[in-house]
Design a protein around this ligand. Structure first.
Ligand code: SF4
Length: 1008
């Protein structure tokens, strides 16, 4: 390293590499006195500050925000194709632009350049063009011509399509605005600097250089007084064999569950071997502490645009360096186990803003607060155009996510209570919740101001609050403050462009925050260590550490999905090509250079890892550089037989392969094959039966009216019917109560509403009209009465308790469903006028046990019959209202060897005993869309014509007394109750229909 003698300036591709260069120089004793060592961008910025015209560099966020503002102005009318006079079709929300004829990148899909398959908006297409093209004569001339109204294909716009001209015009407007704001594009500065710089000899070395961009080329050509030497980074042509003495091994975990455990094995082996050869020994193991099970220090720097600031001394040399696609996630999984084993582990990586605790919390809160959410109109078959109501425009889960975050200032208990309260109340209004939280919770108030108004004072309050969270590790706090500042930068950029919080959040979500931390066993000051045992980082950082910087280098995630080699053909690239601005570099070349650097970083072992299966259990494929590297060791790279195996490796490279399956679940999770100490032995729970000890609790004691507690088993007909339908379903629904937390708007609530309305209707029939039964002559009055009843019941619903299954519609669809139910009940009156004309309703919502419990099937029973109609002969028919009816309600199902529905039959038997009436019918009357009747009746007493819309042959009992049916039902129920009380709760569905709405999702007996 002779830089102190030969060069005035050494330029590296980025700041990371510049720092590593300085460190290597210091380690090798080479003086850099008087030598500027910097990333190219930072050097140009310094030159501009010294010799520029006083304008400051625009940041990436400011560029994107200003272009988005330009894009929105274009949406208002500027973006017009002058030839066709057609306006660009701009979607303001996404900033997407299409001309009426063809999209801006004709034939090209606009994709983000980093491999993410996300469609670019016009602003981001323009931003990419500006970053790469501004300052280049061809680009600047095209922008000028576009602004002056030159048509596509003429002047500097030769080769440019008509659809691209408005984009260039918009960029021109952006550059004018930039000048007004006293800002300058780095490309403009690069073009202006040759005129401004003092013309004195300067020796410049571009070390480890990527191919120069057209802007850099032009700059150095315009500065002939600079002696420029370019030392291209090695590896652009493809990988080479690993250096002599470095052992190459391959690691193939079968999936993501196995990978952390395999990595832990690798680290243990490597550290053991390294310690044996005198490398940094692992710190003494001790009891773990802290939120990572260790003491920790960190650097989560505030820069989200790159590794511009914040570096720790330990970052340069670890025994094992792991280069992973997502180092923060991997570190979270392996570090605690490594620390428990006495190792010091460090992380340098980046986390998406939205993945930080602060990012998640503020994004959730913003979704909750955002009034514009889900505001479109959708067309629903049968309902027409439906616009969401206010209740539908927000999701309770968003507020719950915020409440459960550390940024709510709420205890877990309070957060869960808020969640439960919201979910149990369909009437909860966003505005009321906001007002309540704002009053009670200063943290909410600050976050609300930040989320909606980007209030700087709120950001300061939150930063102070984070600093006060001393129960969290310093690493965590630093990460959250970095995320907060990232949002502030996005907010500042949006404000500069005159845009609102939407833009700031859109930009913030695309940012990443630098996170770094070191964790060490208790008693060991990780920060004071010269180097950690293990450094988990990304590929670029690992590549910048330099040759021979670690003993073992693990290059992880080498799949084609993680590292795609193709450059995306996005709209910006197409536009630049039309202007003759060629790409200087490629994704493949970058990957090759990084891989070459990784190959040379290790002194002992190079371990190349690829998970054999992805998270969907689909096979993965090696990335291009891995294939190229393997080819270096093959005699004939065009052959296929030698690599026709799951590892795609020739035999000679399979030596020392590291494999791990996903079957060892516990060992993989614990990151250790050592048998876990047995803390407790828990017998697998009994399924399908209640244990003898718990059998007495199968039916809980009942409190009767008057407060008397009934200890002996007491059941309702609906419980019995549910048990007969399927014992396990009964257990899940009635005893485990696997009910939803959310207040519903379904069959239960609709059924209760209809029952209450019908009860009220008949009560008023006899009280107001002096009639017990609807007849054809009374239909007009009955309809009037029903309309009044329905109106009152609807108005009553919000005043009921949630436990009363109130029916609260919150959306247009639900309002229409409620209206439909009202129509059904109104139409039901016509049906009712024909039903059982010789009977009249006498008992409504009749408590068959009269406040106590009656005997039935050898046990106690209580319940309420919907209606009992009685004739002049002391005969009765039990009526049970239903919203819908299936085949199981008919008596005829007994011919199939099953009992079918029994509720009405049970009531009939009880009524026979308690009221002394003679039951002649146990009927299920459907008030739903299709009015019909099912159940059982005495065909010798009731005429078929008096039971309209019934399959009489399935329901009629004419060959024996009706009482026999009731006795036979009681016997069968008695046998079932014996099984129930003996703890038999095996899943045994009576029909596949039972499984249809069953809440037991993992039932092996599920049918249908
Ligand atoms: S899924 Fe079917 S068999 Fe299983 S518990 Fe539910 S109703 Fe019974």
């Amino acid at each position: 390293m002779d830089t102190s003698i030969a060069y005035d300036v050494v330029l590296l591709p980025d700041t990371d590499r510049a720092v590593a260069y300085r460190k290597r120089a210091a380690d090798s004793g080479c003086s850099l006195m008087g030598v500027t060592v910097a990333g190219f961008g930072a050097w140009v910025r310094d030159l501009w500050e010294l010799y520029g015209d006083g304008r400051t560099f625009v940041s990436r966020l400011e560029r994107e925000a200003l272009l988005r503002a330009a894009c929105e102005r274009a949406a208002d009318g500027d973006c017009v194709d002058l030839e066709s006079d057609k306006r660009a079709q701009l979607d303001g929300a996404s900033g997407r632009c299409e001309l009426a004829e063809g999209c801006i990148a004709e034939g090209a899909c606009a994709l983000v350049g980093n491999g993410e398959t996300e469609a670019l908006g016009l602003d981001r297409v323009a931003a990419a063009c500006v970053a790469a093209g501004v300052g280049l004569p061809a680009f600047d001339a095209a922008v000028r011509d576009a602004q002056q109204g030159v048509l596509a294909g003429a002047g500097a716009l030769e080769g440019v399509t008509r659809a691209e001209v408005p984009v260039l015009r918009m960029i021109g407007g952006y550059l004018d605005r930039l000048a007004q704001l006293g800002l300058v594009e780095p490309g403009q500065a690069l073009a202006l600097l040759p005129e401004l710089l003092p013309q004195r000899p300067l020796h410049v070395l571009l070390e480890d250089a990527a191919p120069l961009t057209p802007g850099q080329e032009a700059f150095f050509s315009a500065c002939p007084w600079m002696g420029v030497e370019v030392r291209a980074a090695s590896g652009s042509q493809g990988p080479v064999r690993a250096p002599e003495g470095v052992r190459v091994r391959f690691a193939f975990p079968s999936g993501q569950y196995a990978w952390p455990a395999l990595l832990a094995d690798i680290v243990r082996d490597a550290l053991g071997a390294a310690a044996g050869r005198g490398a940094a020994p692992a710190a003494a193991a001790g009891p773990a502490a802290g939120d990572d099970g260790a003491s920790s220090c960190e650097d989560a720097s505030g820069s989200a645009d790159g590794y511009r600031d914040g570096r720790l001394a330990w970052s340069q040399a670890a025994v094992v360096v792991v280069a992973a696609k997502n180092p923060a996630v991997l570190f979270g999984r392996v570090a605690p186990a490594l620390v428990r084993q006495g190792h010091v582990a460090a992380l340098r990586g980046r986390r998406r803003f939205a993945d930080t605790a602060f990012g998640r919390a503020i994004c959730s809160l913003r979704r909750f607060l955002d009034e514009g959410q889900a505001c479109g109109v959708s067309h629903i078959e049968g309902y027409g155009d439906i616009a969401p109501t206010d209740v539908e425009r927000w999701d309770r889960a968003d507020l719950a996510d915020w409440a459960l975050s550390p940024f709510s200032g709420m205890t877990k208990k309070a957060a869960f209570k808020l969640d439960a309260d919201m979910r149990a109340d369909r009437t909860a209004r966003r505005s009321d919740l906001r007002a309540r939280l704002r009053g009670d919770n200063p943290m909410f108030a600050a976050m609300e101001r930040l989320a909606l108004q980007l209030d700087a004072r709120a950001a300061a309050e939150l930063e102070a609050a984070v600093r006060r969270m001393t129960n969290r590790s310093e690493a965590w706090r630093a990460e959250q403050i970095a995320a907060l500042r990232a949002l502030q930068r996005a907010a500042d950029a949006a404000k500069l462009a005159g845009l609102g919080a939407d833009t700031a959040f859109d930009q913030a979500k695309r940012l990443k925050v630098n996170v770094s931390r070191i964790v060490a066993p208790r008693g060991c000051d990780g920060a004071a260590l010269g180097a950690p045992d293990v450094l988990v980082t990304d590929q670029n950082t690992a590549a910048s550490l330099g040759s021979g910087s670690c003993k073992v280098l693990v290059a992880a995630d080498l799949t084609s999905a993680a590292y795609p080699a193709a450059d995306p053909e996005d709209a910006s690239r197409v536009l630049l090509e039309h202007l003759g601005v060629e790409r200087a570099d490629s994704a493949l070349a970058r990957m090759r250079r990084a891989f070459f650097a990784l190959e040379h970083a290790a002194t002992d072992q190079l371990i190349l890892e690829r998970c054999l299966n992805d998270s969907s259990a689909d096979p993965t494929y090696p990335c291009v550089v891995l294939e190229e590297f393997v080819d270096c060791y093959r005699d004939d790279p065009t052959a296929t037989e030698d690599i026709d195996n799951p590892y795609s490796l020739p035999e000679r490279l399979q030596d020392g392969m590291l494999l791990r399956g996903e079957d060892a679940l516990c060992a993989n999770d614990a990151l250790s094959d050592a048998p876990a100490p047995e803390a407790a032995r828990i017998e697998p729970p009994l399924t399908g039966a209640v244990s003898p000890e718990a059998r007495s609790l199968v039916v809980l004691p009942r409190v009767l009216q008057g407060g008397q507690v009934l200890d002996e088993p007491c059941l309702s007909p609906s419980q019995i019917e549910s048990y007969l339908e399927c014992p396990y379903k009964w257990f899940a629904q009635r005893r485990l109560r696997l009910d939803d937390l959310d207040e519903g708007f379904g069959p239960l609530e609709m059924g209760d509403f209809a029952h209450n309305a019908l009860h009220s209707f008949y009560k008023h029939m006899s009280e107001d009209l002096g009639e017990a039964k609807v007849t054809p002559q009374l239909l007009a009055q009955a309809r009037e009465l029903m309309a009044d009843v329905l109106a009152r019941h609807k108005a009553l619903q919000p005043h009921l308790r949630q436990s009363e299954n109130r029916l609260i519609p919150t959306s247009q669809v639900e309002h229409r469903e409620l209206a439909e139910l009202e129509h059904k009940l109104m139409d039901y009156l016509d049906f009712e006028a024909e039903l059982l004309p010789t009977f009249a309703p006498k008992y409504l919502e009749y408590d068959v046990a009269c406040g106590g419990a009656v005997d039935y099937a050898g046990h106690k029973l209580l319940g309420t019959a919907d209606r009992i109609d009685v004739d002049g002969e002391g005969r009765c028919a039990i009526i049970d209202y239903k919203g819908s009816i299936s085949g199981s309600y008919a008596l005829g199902v007994r011919e199939e060897g099953r009992l079918g529905k029994v509720q009405a039959l049970i009531y009939a038997q009880v009524v026979r005993r308690t009221l002394g009436l003679e039951p002649v019918g146990a009927l299920y009357v459907c008030y739903g869309r299709r009015k019909m009747i099912s159940g059982a009746y005495d065909g010798r007493v009731i005429e078929n014509a008096h039971l309209p819309n019934m399959r009489h042959k399935d329901c009629m009992c004419a060959d024996r007394p009706f009482s026999d049916v009731l006795d036979e039902t009681e016997e069968a129920v008695a046998a079932a109750l014996e099984r129930m009380l003996a703890g038999d709760i095996r899943p045994r569905p009576e029909t596949p229909e039972a499984c249809k709405w069953c809440p037991v999702s993992s039932c092996s007996e599920r049918r249908g």
